[in-house]
Structure formats: C-alpha cells, structure tokens
Design a protein around this ligand. Structure first.
Ligand code: CA
Length: 227
C-alpha cells in the first residue's frame, strides 16, 4: 500500500484529499502545518508527499528543503500561487512536480501515480548508461550520441545540458537549475543562453526541430526530456 503524507491547512481540502486517496487504497497521513509535516515524515517516511506551499507556520519550500535533507520520496506541490517563481523555487528545493489549485482530483491522482512510478523506475535503474529513443541514442558513460549510424558531435555545453535533462526523464528541470549547473551562479539570469543551446541541441537531435518531440520547453519555467 502506498503511504502518502498530505500537508494542507485548508480543512475542507484536507478532508476531501483524505477521502479520495483512501478510496483509492492509499494509506493516508495528514498534517495541517509544516512542523507537523516534518515531524511525521521523519518518524515514518512516506512513499510520496502532497504538499501545500502556503502553510500557517512556515513556507512550504522550507518543508521541502527539510525533507530533502534525508529523503528521496517524491514531493508533489499543491500551489495556489500563480507566479512561476514560486513553482521554480519549489522545484529547485527538490519538489518533483506541482499541481495548481484548483485542480481536478483525477489530475492530482494521475500526477501522483506518475511521481511514484518515476521514483520506482529511478530506484530500479539509478543511472542507465544508455538512453535509447526512436531517433537517437545517448551513451552517458562514453559521452557519445548517435542518430542511426551517424555520430552526433556535441559541444561540451550542449553535452552538459543534454546530460542533465536526460538524467531526469519526464521531469521539468528549471531554467535556473540548468543555468546554475552548466554556466554557474553568475549566469543565472541568462535564459537566452538556454534558448540558443536548446535550439542547437534540437537541430542536432530532433527530426523536426521546430516541433520537438524529446526536448520540450515549458514556457517561462524550464525544459523537459520526454523519453
Ligand atoms: Ca494553504
């Protein structure tokens, strides 16, 4: 049985989530503030966390940082905040995905299933040496990319970007994280670099670079590798 920790200070929403999750055979623990969430998660690590960002006692992002100190459980953020900055902060702190309120229960459950499935797959195969798509193959250990029989030459910067994205299949990787890891802290605002290098990668890897199948842009947020 998948154990889910639901952290939400709105009692009606908390109750609705609990009823719906229990009906789908989840084991549900609830917390209505950040301190209780951290305490519960530490006492008995959940398989997945549903976390409201706006909590009465602390910022939900602090809860993510705290839990991420010792747990790899997927964290799905419930956010009423519409600015992408809040979502990016949550993703950078270690959240796996987010759902914007108001959400449908079906969407929430689908994302919950996806988050737990990805984590199970990641655990089963921590770092696949070779990522194979219908159009290209990336050998992470050998640092080689092929399209059919042809070797694809990537610059070190292109390779670094691609490596980060394909190491998080299906996950949104924020612009800030990519800029920080590839270019360093001084360049964290240079999103134009990302656009330029992602366009180059698409030209080299995608069958139709203007309609990418694998290297997806999440406007204003970041990029995602869809395997
Ligand atoms: Ca709230």
């Amino acid at each position: 049985m998948t154990r889910v920790l639901v952290v939400e200070d709105d009692p009606q929403l908390l109750r609705a989530l609990k009823i719906n999750l229990q009906a789908r055979k989840f084991e549900v623990q609830v917390a209505s503030d950040g301190a209780a969430a951290v305490r519960l998660a530490a006492a008995r690590p959940p398989d997945v966390v549903l976390l409201d960002l706006g909590l009465p006692d602390m910022d939900g992002v602090e809860v993510i940082r705290s839990v991420r100190g010792w747990s790899r459980s997927p964290i799905l953020v419930l956010s009423a905040r519409h600015t992408s900055e809040e979502k990016i902060r949550a993703l950078d702190a270690g959240a796996d995905d987010y759902v914007t309120k108001p959400f449908s229960m079906d969407e929430l459950l689908a994302r919950l299933r996806a988050a737990t499935r990805r984590r199970a797959e990641a655990a089963a195969d921590a770092s696949p040496a070779v990522v194979d798509t219908e159009d290209f193959t990336v050998d992470l250990a050998a640092k080689k990319v092929r399209r059919g029989d042809l070797a694809v030459r990537l610059t070190p910067t292109e390779w670094h970007l691609l490596e980060i994205l394909i190491s998080h299949p299906g996950h949104l990787v924020s612009q800030r994280k990519l800029l920080l890891e590839v270019w360093g802290p001084t360049y964290s605002d240079n999103t134009n670099y990302l656009r330029v290098y992602m366009a180059q990668l698409r030209r080299k890897l995608e069958a139709d670079p203007s309609h990418p199948r694998y290297l997806i842009t999440e406007p204003g947020m970041g990029y995602r590798f869809e395997p």
